[in-house]
Ligand binder design. Structure first.
Ligand code: HEC
Ligand code: HEC
Ligand code: HEC
Ligand code: HEC
Ligand code: HEC
Ligand code: HEC
Ligand code: HEC
Ligand code: HEC
Ligand code: HEC
Ligand code: HEC
Ligand code: HEC
Ligand code: HEC
Length: 289
């Protein structure tokens, strides 16, 4: 190995001496030209990396498009990314190689968990939401959650669910990742999801015998969390105006939406309507005491 290295080194200098002087020294000799196919003879890793994951740096450019010249003639034949990449905000970032850690595998990208601004050179919608809808997520860096480019984390990676019935795929029924405190939901959201935090309302409503108990929470509390409907949104003029003028609040007679008063409760339940005593018994004993 060592021998081979030394040999390579020697032949490198021989080669470059040759390249550098051949034309002037002996015009009859064909110039020994270094091609991209030669590089692998002395540089093992870069050709390997490019072959494995070079992407467009493999297909759209050659070694020598980037490395123009070679030591000793050209001391540092290392290109600037900006030679070829310009005209987009992304290309104005500092430290390209901080993320594109190896120019020979340009799509292998690594970054720390404190990156936000560079993401904004390509993604803008998310920061707009994070800023317009202030939440504790607004204070986090993008890469705190997306620690590998393109990876979408599960909410449950960082949070406990509200109940065993609500699982990862359900979180977005109510929350959006970039505005999580702005809770809203669709008309098919099951009431058991609300029950995770509103046991009392859920139990009261499901125990009630009034027709409201058949309705889903979100049928009344529509779309946005903490929305509370007016009775008259659904029951337009339920009673004559004169009654309503005297008793302006529905609750005075109907109690609350989750547990409506029911005057038309089955009559059998009331003592006043108990069945009359059997005729035989009535004869034996006085009816009144
Ligand atoms: C015969 C062996 C040999 C061949 C072939 C060869 N190189 Fe080199 N290369 C070397 C040696 C030795 C050095 C170190 C020279 C020095 O540091 O002065 C070097 C240095 C370099 C450097 C500079 C590295 C640095 O850290 O500054 C680059 C880039 C480079 N080579 C690219 C290439 C490319 C591209 C090719 C093919 C077009 C190529 N080399 C072909 C032997 C070779
Ligand atoms: C898109 C441009 C680009 C292409 C194509 C490219 N390189 Fe490089 N190469 C670079 C840059 C930039 C660096 C400096 C990396 C650094 O500073 O960490 C580099 C570094 C090197 C080095 C020195 C450091 C090391 O990794 O050993 C060698 C040798 C090298 N390249 C060889 C090659 C060879 C051989 C090829 C073709 C198979 C090639 N490069 C293709 C941009 C390129
Ligand atoms: C000699 C020209 C040249 C240089 C220097 C160069 N690139 Fe490229 N790069 C290209 C071309 C050409 C493409 C393909 C067209 C495009 O995407 O713009 C490309 C594509 C890329 C891609 C997309 C790769 C893919 O497979 O989709 C990345 C990432 C990239 N370059 C990063 C860099 C970085 C980082 C540097 C500096 C370390 C750099 N390039 C230096 C020419 C260059
Ligand atoms: C904070 C990390 C980061 C930094 C710094 C960074 N990039 Fe990128 N770059 C990315 C990510 C992430 C992508 C998207 C890759 C994808 O599409 O999968 C990307 C994509 C690219 C692409 C391909 C897509 C395109 O728009 O053409 C090129 C070229 C590129 N970067 C060049 C550069 C250059 C040049 C620099 C320095 C001026 C740079 N990058 C700095 C993270 C970074
Ligand atoms: C150079 C442009 C560029 C940069 C910089 C960039 N991205 Fe991307 N990102 C893309 C592209 C292109 C896609 C693929 C888009 C697609 O598939 O719809 C993508 C995809 C994503 C996805 C997956 C989208 C999905 O629907 O699955 C996430 C998440 C993401 N990027 C987050 C980030 C974060 C976080 C950063 C900063 C650390 C970042 N990106 C930096 C261009 C970029
Ligand atoms: C990588 C970790 C991480 C992921 C993934 C994550 N969060 Fe968070 N979330 C946090 C942190 C950290 C806080 C702030 C906690 C604190 O300060 O108490 C937070 C706070 C919240 C808050 C409270 C917001 C406020 O302003 O009060 C909600 C709601 C929330 N997250 C929902 C979600 C949902 C839904 C998802 C999935 C779409 C999710 N989170 C994904 C880390 C994460
Ligand atoms: C608290 C964790 C967290 C933070 C911080 C965060 N994201 Fe996301 N991001 C997610 C989750 C979770 C999803 C998946 C949302 C879904 O499936 O509906 C997502 C989705 C995405 C997507 C895919 C498209 C979309 O909008 O749904 C992109 C792109 C993205 N995020 C970029 C960013 C950028 C850029 C930032 C910083 C400005 C950022 N994210 C901040 C957790 C986060
Ligand atoms: C049925 C709607 C709904 C679903 C589904 C839901 N959430 Fe929530 N979440 C809420 C409401 C409402 C709040 C409380 C908002 C408030 O306090 O004003 C909340 C608050 C949070 C908070 C803030 C801290 C706390 O516990 O009060 C986190 C974190 C959170 N949810 C994460 C999640 C995760 C993770 C999932 C999925 C496993 C999820 N949520 C599913 C409605 C929902
Ligand atoms: C993560 C727990 C959580 C979940 C899940 C949840 N809520 Fe709430 N909800 C709260 C908290 C906390 C409050 C505020 C209580 C307070 O201020 O006393 C609240 C308040 C309310 C209020 C009262 C607003 C007011 O003005 O008094 C309504 C109505 C409500 N929620 C309906 C729902 C509905 C409907 C669902 C299901 C789609 C739901 N909630 C899911 C935590 C939750
Ligand atoms: C979002 C619509 C909606 C809201 C808001 C609403 N209700 Fe209802 N209510 C209904 C529906 C639907 C029924 C069942 C009608 C049927 O099946 O005939 C009903 C039935 C009733 C009944 C008859 C109950 C029975 O068992 O016969 C009463 C009384 C009533 N509502 C009173 C109220 C009062 C009082 C409020 C306000 C505290 C209210 N409602 C709010 C939709 C609503
Ligand atoms: C028929 C419509 C209707 C349905 C169905 C309904 N609510 Fe309500 N809810 C109301 C109304 C109207 C109020 C305001 C208080 C009142 O007048 O009864 C209210 C008040 C509330 C409040 C605040 C006061 C309190 O009781 O804590 C919460 C929380 C709440 N509802 C949660 C729920 C949940 C959870 C469900 C499903 C289990 C649900 N609601 C089903 C109409 C409804
Ligand atoms: C003075 C007491 C009183 C007030 C105030 C009152 N109601 Fe009633 N409501 C009744 C009575 C009594 C019935 C008949 C009950 C029965 O048949 O079981 C009734 C029946 C209803 C019914 C059922 C009608 C049907 O056809 O089944 C609805 C809906 C209703 N009320 C809604 C409301 C609404 C909404 C308000 C407030 C705007 C309101 N009520 C105010 C006493 C009242």
């Amino acid at each position: 190995m060592r021998v081979a290295r030394i040999f390579n080194l020697i032949s490198a200098f021989a080669l470059f001496a040759c390249v550098g002087t051949a034309v002037a020294a002996d015009p009859a000799q064909p110039a020994a030209t270094l091609t991209s196919a030669d590089c692998v003879k002395c540089h093992e890793q870069p050709p390997k990396d490019i072959a494995a994951a070079g992407g467009k740096h493999k297909t759209e450019v050659t070694c020598q498009d980037c490395h123009v010249g070679h030591p000793p003639k050209v001391k540092k034949p290392i290109p600037q990314c900006g030679q070829c990449h310009e005209g987009k905000p992304h290309f104005k970032l500092q430290g390209c190689l901080g993320c594109h850690t190896n120019p020979h595998t340009p799509k292998n990208i690594k970054f720390g968990n404190n990156v936000t601004d560079p993401c904004l050179t390509c993604h803008t919608g998310q920061i707009e939401q994070l800023r317009s809808f202030k939440s504790k997520h607004s204070a986090l860096n993008c890469s705190f959650c997306h620690n590998v480019h393109g990876r979408i984390p599960d909410c449950t990676q960082c949070h406990k669910s509200h109940s065993a019935e609500i699982v990862q795929k359900d979180c977005k029924v109510c929350h959006q990742a970039h505005k999580p405190a702005d809770v809203s939901y669709k008309a098919d959201t099951p009431s058991k999801f609300c029950a995770a935090c509103h046991k009392k309302a859920f139990n009261l409503l499901t125990a009630s015998t009034a027709k409201h108990s058949k309705l889903a929470c979100v049928y009344c509390h529509q779309a946005k969390h903490k929305m509370v409907p007016q009775c008259t949104q659904c029951h337009v003029k339920p009673h004559p105006a004169a009654i309503m003028a005297k008793f302006p609040k529905c609750g005075e007679c109907h109690s609350i939406a989750h547990d409506l008063n029911r005057w038309s409760e089955p009559a059998a339940a009331k003592p006043a309507a108990a069945p009359a005593p059997a005729p035989a018994a009535a004869k034996k004993a006085p009816v009144k005491k």
